[in-house]
Design a protein around this ligand. Structure first.
Ligand SMILES: [Fe+2]
Ligand SMILES: [Fe+2]
Length: 305
């Protein structure tokens, strides 16, 4: 039964110094990941939770498309705040609603504008994957607006008898108590509690997959597990393999964490992470390093839910 991969925050960047990713290595890290996934014989699909581009210029899209064309498994994408950009410093950037359907043409339906690019797809018998669009049009924070929440309720009613997985760029749970502070609150959806209250009413929702925080974190919340994964191309350069196996009326969920990066790349990434804006918002940059790397319980997970 289903085995899938979760990758996020690839940030293929036309800038020489991106947010905190290892720009020189980003293409190689995605190429190596695609090769590994192609060698994973029973892989059913891949979930990518946004920020695949960085300043969203055509050259970044071309790099992403060329590398992803090699991936043999089907992949599903929800947009991040870097997948489209309006910035006077980057007049050639795609607008958010232009970039998203260029990354995945299915995102034209219903419309690719911020808060609108949501979808619901069957990924295996009895398993529904729902993608939410947590973008604001003009900010790096995120939310799930009322219209989308109403749509989510309808989808969850329609799929009461299926297991449901949710993919969303901004996490729907706190990863650190700092997420209550200014600046760090922008790393989680600002109405996460409102959304999880809806999920609490629907115990068929087994998993929430997210990115944006660039941190490895796994939390069981009620009947489901929330999985935030670190950036593929910035320290600690992570992706997940997730097995989702029916067991009686429940599901056995097994999560493992992997890295396509070699030691020298990780060392370079560690230095970038220490200098990154969130690390500089902390008294000790090591606090950010520890947070994004995650503890042992953020790297492997096995439970029946
Ligand atoms: Fe990101
Ligand atoms: Fe993001």
């Amino acid at each position: 039964m289903p085995l899938f991969a979760h990758l996020t925050d690839i940030h293929l960047s036309a800038q020489s110094a991106s947010w905190s990713t290892i720009d020189d290595e980003a293409d190689d890290l995605l190429r190596e990941t695609v090769d590994r996934l192609n060698d994973t014989a029973d892989l059913d699909f891949v979930v990518i939770t946004g920020d695949v581009l960085d300043v969203a210029v055509p050259s970044e899209l071309a790099r992403f498309t060329a590398l992803m064309d090699k991936l043999q498994a089907p992949w599903h994408f929800v947009p991040g705040n870097h997948d489209g950009f309006i910035d006077p410093n980057h007049p050639d950037s795609f607008a958010p609603q232009q970039a998203v359907p260029s990354i995945d043409p299915r995102m034209m339906d219903p419309v690719p504008y911020a808060q609108k690019a949501r979808w619901s797809r069957q990924v295996a018998a009895g398993i529904q994957l729902i993608g939410l669009d947590s973008r604001y049009a003009d900010d790096w924070a995120g939310t799930i607006g009322d219209e989308q929440i109403a749509w989510l309720r309808d989808e969850l009613e329609t799929h009461r008898d299926d297991a449901v997985l949710i993919a969303v760029h901004h996490p729907l749970h706190q990863i650190t108590p700092r997420n209550s502070e200014p600046y760090f609150k922008n790393f989680v959806a600002d109405n996460a509690e409102q959304v999880t209250a809806v999920l609490d009413e629907h115990p068929q929702v087994k998993m929430v997959l997210s990115g944006h925080h660039h941190a490895n974190h796994i939390a069981r919340i009620g009947a489901r597990v929330h999985v935030a994964t670190a950036s593929l191309t910035g320290y600690p350069c992570a992706y997940r393999l997730i097995r989702f196996e029916p067991q009686g009326d429940a599901y056995r969920i097994q999560i493992s964490t992997h890295s396509p990066a070699e030691a020298a790349t990780l060392a370079a990434g560690l230095e970038r992470a220490r200098l990154s804006p969130p690390a500089q918002h902390m008294d000790d940059p090591q606090e950010w390093v520890n947070l994004i790397r995650g503890q042992a319980s953020d790297l492997t997970f096995e439970q029946v839910l």
